[in-house]
Design a protein around this ligand. Structure first.
Ligand SMILES: [Zn+2]
Ligand SMILES: [Zn+2]
Length: 216
């Protein structure tokens, strides 16, 4: 898909035909007035694998791209449903997602690192060694080459960053019994009835297992 943007087919149909360019907008279309893009994308179109995030159906993506001097600022919102695995009970659950992105793109230059080549003639600062960053916020910075942006890798990364480290199906998820592995959300197991804790308990239950084979 290098260079050829005219034969891309999107799984989702768009009456405006705008999703075709949604992930690869042309630099020349991005002006100071801004370019708005929106559409529904599958996880596959974003290059997401099940190891990253599993998306149920499609993600609604709305982006606003704006050229600010030599930087392209991208803001927008992603909304959809992720399928996650609860870290406590190991069940899959639907996790509604809605989050905003705010990143910046700069042209990748081979000769010099992009930050060093910025000619900011209006502001004459005495400390050129200091890293120049956008003033209001620390936007994540991406680079582009050629005549268009590649938004998919950025959106994929933002989706992964927005995903919880320890997803829970519910705050009060009871998880699995550490001893018998039963899902305690479905009801208590037999272990709970027994006196809890201590190394003696482990010994006792081990003996019990030896003596009388469990019936299930
Ligand atoms: Zn759970
Ligand atoms: Zn148990």
């Amino acid at each position: 898909m290098i260079g050829n943007s005219n034969t891309l087919e999107w799984g989702s149909s768009s009456p405006l035909g705008i999703t075709m360019d949604l992930l690869t907008p042309k630099i020349t279309d991005i002006t100071a007035e801004g370019l708005s893009l929106s559409g529904d994308l599958t996880g596959e179109e974003l290059g997401l694998t099940d190891a990253d995030v599993t998306i149920r159906g499609t993600l609604a993506v709305g982006l606003d791209l704006r050229a600010v001097e030599r930087t392209i600022c991208v803001t927008g919102v992603l909304e959809g449903m992720a399928i996650r695995q609860c870290v406590r009970c190991l069940n899959d659950f639907d996790d509604p997602m809605a989050f905003s992105v705010r990143v910046a793109y700069e042209r990748e230059t081979k000769a010099a690192p992009p930050a060093a080549k910025r000619d900011d003639s209006r502001k004459k600062r005495a400390a050129p060694a200091v890293e120049i960053e956008p003033e209001e916020q620390n936007d994540d910075l991406y680079y582009y080459v050629g005549d268009h942006l590649e938004l998919a890798p950025m959106l994929r990364e933002q989706l992964i960053l927005a995903s919880p480290m320890h997803p829970l199906c519910a705050k009060e998820c009871l998880g699995l019994c550490a001893r018998c592995g039963k899902d305690l959300n479905e009801g208590p197991c037999h272990c709970a009835a027994e006196p809890t804790g201590g190394p003696f308990q482990v010994l006792r239950s081990a003996k019990k297992k030896l003596g009388e084979p469990a019936d299930r």
